[in-house]
Design a protein around this ligand. Structure first.
Ligand code: FAD
Length: 382
């Protein structure tokens, strides 16, 4: 298999890079330091299709192929991983399940506002007691006439503080939560949908990751995505798509860390020589570039698999596993190359280092990715 970016992909990368550097670059460090969400920038992104990257054109989206989507997430994350995260969760975890499992009525009701960026999407699966193992979901959905009443607490909800539409994982069967698992589309204005405090995080600080409290939150039963009992399937297949965007995000962070390190090594002198003249530093740069290229190839393979067939679980898990661990290795080396300055907020690499770490945790930890990959390997006929 050989991946060569087309002219269309190259032009897209150039345009997104220019937007990211011009519009996000000037505020990227401040929004991280102040943990503030840049509404002014987000408002400019709506008309440019950022909030409907792969959504069908009939609903106002750009209907991009997966490699184009990965390029956009990579380029935005290269400048601000927290904004990359906002787009990744909105497009992959919130819009995608509506496009994939939604009824025509659900699509018409929810997609247009989301695609315009007027309602940012969130995905509410994690609870205090359920993380890697989602089968024991405790948020309860009780049928009452034509509505379900949701009660429970979701934690670590990306975009939680600014979301307009949330995809909520719950169970209709408290005794057998997995069997009764269901996914709901919930509008933020629904009474009983309460946004909690923003988490004080190590990285991704510009994203308002928050808790969501569901207190007798009455949701019409027509807002269920898929059939009752299909919640785990909807959730897991949505996360397959999400993993491609997290791999792209990790790749963007690593690319930024590499570029800063290359340039710093050509500026900084010690022992009357540029750092770039020391073979040890050259080895670091060579390892970083090789790691990044390997990650990019795995990512584009996963994108090609997503566009060509239904099952791409293994490719997505490998891309997410490799790119997130690669981003941790690359950002670690970037801090090392910058020496003491790498540990200071004066330079960007400490932000990349903090942001990279969480890509190994959300949307399935590295341990979970290894479980998925090994399960696929063992299920294969030799
Ligand atoms: C910044 C941020 C944003 C997030 N955004 C969202 C979001 O938008 N929506 C959402 O629903 N969630 C979100 N999450 C939650 C995230 O998906 C979970 O934190 C993640 O799935 C891990 O769950 P946990 O934290 O409960 O860890 P646990 O599941 O408790 O795992 C703890 C450790 O044990 C390991 N472990 C667990 N089970 C096994 C096993 N069987 N074998 C080997 N090792 C195992 C894990 O890999 C991990 O190392 C976010 C988290 C963060 C930090």
């Amino acid at each position: 298999m050989f991946f060569n970016p087309t002219m269309k992909h190259k032009a897209l990368r150039k345009a997104v890079r220019m937007f990211a550097e011009t519009e996000i670059g000037p505020v990227a460090r401040t929004i991280d330091r102040e943990a503030s969400f840049p509404w002014e920038v987000i408002k400019k992104m709506g008309p440019l299709d950022f909030f409907g990257l792969q959504t069908p054109k009939t609903f106002g989206g750009a209907e991009m192929d997966s490699i184009s989507y990965a390029i956009v997430i990579e380029e935005i994350s290269r400048v601000s991983a927290a904004i990359g995260l906002c787009l990744a969760v909105h497009n992959s975890l919130s819009i995608h399940p509506i496009v994939r499992w939604g009824t025509e009525e659900q699509k018409r009701q929810f997609l247009p506002d989301m695609v315009r960026g007027e309602k940012i999407g969130a995905f509410c699966m994690t609870e205090a007691g359920i993380g890697s193992d989602v089968g024991g979901v405790e948020t309860n959905a009780t049928l009452d006439g034509n509505d379900y009443i949701l009660n429970g607490t979701k934690i670590f909800v990306t975009n939680g503080g600014v979301c307009g539409t949330a995809i909520v994982f719950a169970t209709t069967d408290y005794q057998n939560p997995r069997q009764g698992a269901a996914m709901f589309i919930v509008d933020r204005e629904t009474p009983g949908f309460i946004v909690g405090e923003k988490e004080d995080l190590c990285g991704m600080r510009a994203n308002p990751v928050s808790s969501i409290f569901l207190e007798n939150c009455r949701v019409p039963s027509r807002n269920m995505l898929g059939a009752p009992g299909e919640g785990v399937t909807v959730g897991m297949e949505t996360l397959n798509v999400g993993r491609i965007s997290i791999a792209a995000q990790a790749l963007g962070i690593a690319q930024a860390a590499f570029e800063d390190s290359l340039s710093y090594s050509k500026d900084r002198q010690q022992f009357h020589r540029y750092l770039s003249s020391f073979q040890t530093i050259r080895n670091y740069l060579a390892d970083m570039a090789t790691d990044i290229d390997a990650g990019r190839l795995l990512l584009y393979r996963a994108c090609a698999a997503q566009d060509s067939r239904n099952s791409f679980r293994e490719e997505a898990a490998m891309a997410k596993l490799f790119c997130s661990e690669m981003a941790r290795r690359v950002t670690d080396k970037a801090v090392q190359i910058h020496g003491g300055y790498g540990y200071s907020k004066e330079y960007g690499v400490e932000r990349y280092f903090r942001d990279a770490k969480v890509t190994e945790i959300y949307e399935g930890t590295s341990e979970v990715q290894r479980m998925i990959i090994s399960r696929e390997l063992l299920a294969r006929r030799v």
